[in-house]
Design a protein around this ligand. Structure first.
Ligand code: 13P
Ligand code: SF4
Length: 305
């Protein structure tokens, strides 16, 4: 089958079976083209909560599919590729957080949405890269325990000097591998370009950027900017998507290593197999996990707006 034939069949099956396809912006172009909603993790979780369809197919990673299930337990939620995890989401377990809560009594536990559903059950509020500063700024207490990403946590702490943010040693192995030397080299090669980076990058990289923001934030900034050249410090699919969206501008990867194998685990054929009922993984969560994890996600949506 050609890409076009596969896409047409997906579009037909989606309609026939009332399937809503959600695709994170790190997915391949041919997948984004058949999705009902695309965007960053915050946008996808809000869209998932509002979508009327009976079946939700998440083309992204496991914690994103779990978030959809938590928000819509009555729906069938499918993760497009069972292999698509997020290493950061599994860096801490529930027991560790319960111990940390004893060590830091009275702290508000803020969980990056890149965490398992089980972990969210023992946290107070979730944040995404797009909503973290806004949400943490509204929390009543000064003391915050921020898990698991110390780089996003550092970025939030820099924006909110009035808060005391206790960081943990976790983070995204893909973004955290980018160094200040990559920035210096990219700036040398492209002296007129603006540097746009994701807050999962280390502080030494984020501090050199012209803009720090979520996947959608980076895309919107580049689309709206009058500038013509951009160095992109997030997963390299965004370089490609932006080049299609803005053919008159130029986009460069901050590092060749900015590739997330988990986000790339899903292929267009996986999407077809899921729509045919022959692929993917149906997400199952028990009622207690859904109820407890939902507190965290509802708090995020209430404070994030
Ligand atoms: P966004 O919140 O920007 O979608 O990021 C999710 C993610 O996994 C980035 O690595
Ligand atoms: Fe997880 Fe990093 Fe991949 Fe995002 S880019 S899904 S944080 S491993």
């Amino acid at each position: 089958m050609t890409i076009k034939e596969v896409q047409d069949e997906i579009l037909r099956l989606k309609k026939e079976k009332d399937i809503c396809v959600l695709a994170h912006s790190y997915q391949a172009r041919e997948i984004l083209e058949v999705a009902d909603y695309t965007g960053d993790s915050y946008a996808l979780s809000k869209m998932a909560a509002a979508a009327p369809n009976k079946t939700m197919l998440m083309c992204g990673v496991r914690f994103m599919a779990e978030t959809v299930k938590i928000l819509s337990p009555e729906k069938t939620v499918i993760l497009s590729s069972p292999a698509a995890g997020c290493p950061m989401a599994e860096q801490f377990d529930k027991e560790t957080i319960l111990q940390l809560k004893k060590q830091y009594p009275g702290y508000t536990v803020v969980a990056y949405i890149n965490t398992t559903a089980a972990l969210k059950t023992v946290c107070d509020v979730c944040v995404t890269s797009a909503s973290a500063v806004k949400i943490v700024s509204q929390l009543p207490g000064e003391n915050i325990l921020f898990i698991p990403d110390c780089n996003l946590g550092s970025y939030v702490a820099e924006q909110l000097p009035g808060k005391h943010i206790q960081l943990m040693q976790g983070g995204c192995p893909v973004h955290a591998a980018v160094t200040a030397a990559h920035v210096d080299e990219a700036r040398r090669r492209h002296p007129d370009a603006e540097l746009l980076v994701h807050p999962e990058c280390i502080p030494a990289v984020a501090q050199k950027a012209d803009y720090v923001g979520s996947t959608s934030g980076i895309m919107n900034y580049a689309i709206q900017s009058d500038k013509k050249e951009f160095i992109i410090g997030t997963e390299n699919s965004i370089v490609e998507h932006l080049q299609y969206t803005c053919p008159d501008k130029r986009f460069y990867a901050l590092s060749k290593s900015l590739l997330c194998e988990d986000m790339k685990a899903t292929t267009l054929m996986d999407v077809l197999l899921c729509c045919q009922g022959k692929g993917g993984e149906i997400i199952e969560l028990d009622a207690d996990t859904i109820r407890e994890a939902r507190r965290c996600i509802d708090a995020m949506i209430a404070l994030g707006g």
